[in-house]
Design a protein around this ligand. Structure first.
Ligand SMILES: [Fe+2]
Length: 376
């Protein structure tokens, strides 16, 4: 049972760690330092927890190294273990949802869920009445365990239509119905007052596009859109947009349901690795968080997000903690980042060239020194 302590509860969102069996050490180091310094009461993994569709790409010549479902399952378990073992060592509870990269392979979400459930810190993944194992809610109780004071909605937005190979979509209508029903139950048990909540899902709702506006190519913060136009965040939106939001394809009534239930303090998304901002859409707070992954595209906004919940008010404060804020900015920290992060090819080449040049100079100096000695 999750409980407030001294009226506070801290959630850490880790989105898109998106790695393989051979996890990037600098991401692990960043996450471990974040766990130890920020001390969350709960970690929320908001999808693309592994790079599930590339687990089995390894080949020898033209022959795939992993050929069957059993091999795929073993690779997947290793990738998940490499992420979770550090959370487990610290006895931090965690809740998770899937992203579009997690289950693009032969295992079903339900089969994959068992790898998470094997950890005692796993909370949830029990969405038996919602239609998806990763659509469920996480109640947070008062310190005496008597009352639900806050709630988390974990919603699947990553269902994979294997027939159409469509790998991300809106939250299903049955999940929205489940949310309405469950929200009403919580409200009734709370004396008729909605239980303040955060709603997590991987793929942004399409309404997030209301936070951006068209601009010139040269405008500060401009990113290309899908229609050969350029866009930036509206002035009232706080944060950075490194890419045009990649959303679900259509409105699904979710925003209406949220407004009617009146319990959601913010809807929180991952998915777009370089977006990290907060804004208000139709009276509902939208929050998007950058990725943690070093294996996939990203920027120095790689990091984790914190939500501090206040038991009395039911309100939250959120802060985003980047790689440099967590790990520091020493030369060693920068070299680690360059070495491990995708998108740093030029810097990697410069680093290798610098090391090679340094080694060359040292060798040259040493040879010259030896020659001098021999002449004597
Ligand atoms: Fe994603």
């Amino acid at each position: 049972m999750l409980k407030f302590k001294n009226g506070k509860f801290r959630i850490m969102q880790v989105s898109d760690p998106q790695d393989l069996q051979y996890i990037r050490p600098t991401m692990v180091r960043m996450l471990n330092m974040a766990y130890d310094s920020l001390k969350p009461d709960l970690i929320v993994l908001t999808g693309d927890n592994i790079l599930g569709n590339h687990l089995c790409d390894a080949r020898i010549g033209s022959r795939l190294v992993i050929k069957d479902k059993a091999g795929e399952a073993a690779a997947m378990k290793t990738a998940i273990d490499k992420l979770l073992v550090h959370i487990d060592e610290r006895n931090i509870p965690f809740a998770m949802i899937y992203g579009n990269h997690d289950d693009r392979n032969r295992l079903t979400k339900e089969e994959q869920a068992d790898f998470y459930r094997a950890y005692s810190g796993n909370i949830g993944l029990d969405g038996t009445d919602s239609g998806d194992c990763d659509t469920y809610n996480v109640p947070i109780y008062s310190e005496d365990g008597e009352k639900v004071k806050f709630n988390l909605w974990m919603l699947d937005s990553a269902w994979h239509d294997k027939e159409e190979d469509k790998c991300y979509e809106y939250v299903k209508p049955q999940a929205i119905e489940w949310y309405r029903k469950k929200s009403a139950e919580l409200k009734e048990a709370n004396g008729g007052e909605p239980v303040p909540s955060l709603m997590f899902q991987h793929i942004p709702m399409i309404e997030i596009l209301e936070l951006v506006e068209e601009c010139s190519k040269d405008a500060e913060g401009a990113v290309p859109g899908p229609d050969n136009k350029y866009y930036k965040l509206k002035p009232q939106v706080g944060g950075v947009m490194g890419e045009y939001p990649c959303t679900v394809s259509e409105k699904n009534g979710q925003l209406d349901a949220i407004k009617e239930c009146g319990d959601v303090k913010a809807v929180v998304f991952g998915h777009d690795h370089t977006n990290c901002f907060e804004g208000v859409v139709d009276g509902v707070n939208f929050v998007q968080s950058s990725c943690a992954s070093f294996r996939c595209y990203g920027t120095k906004s790689r990091g984790v997000r914190i939500f501090d919940i206040d038991e009395q008010t039911g309100e939250y404060e959120t802060t985003f903690h980047t790689y440099n804020a967590i790990c520091g900015s020493s030369l060693a920290d920068e070299l680690r980042y360059i070495w491990d992060a995708d998108g740093m090819l030029k810097q990697k080449i410069a680093l290798i060239a610098g090391v090679a040049a340094g080694a060359g100079l040292l060798t040259f100096g040493a040879v010259k020194g030896v020659k001098k000695l021999l002449k004597k």
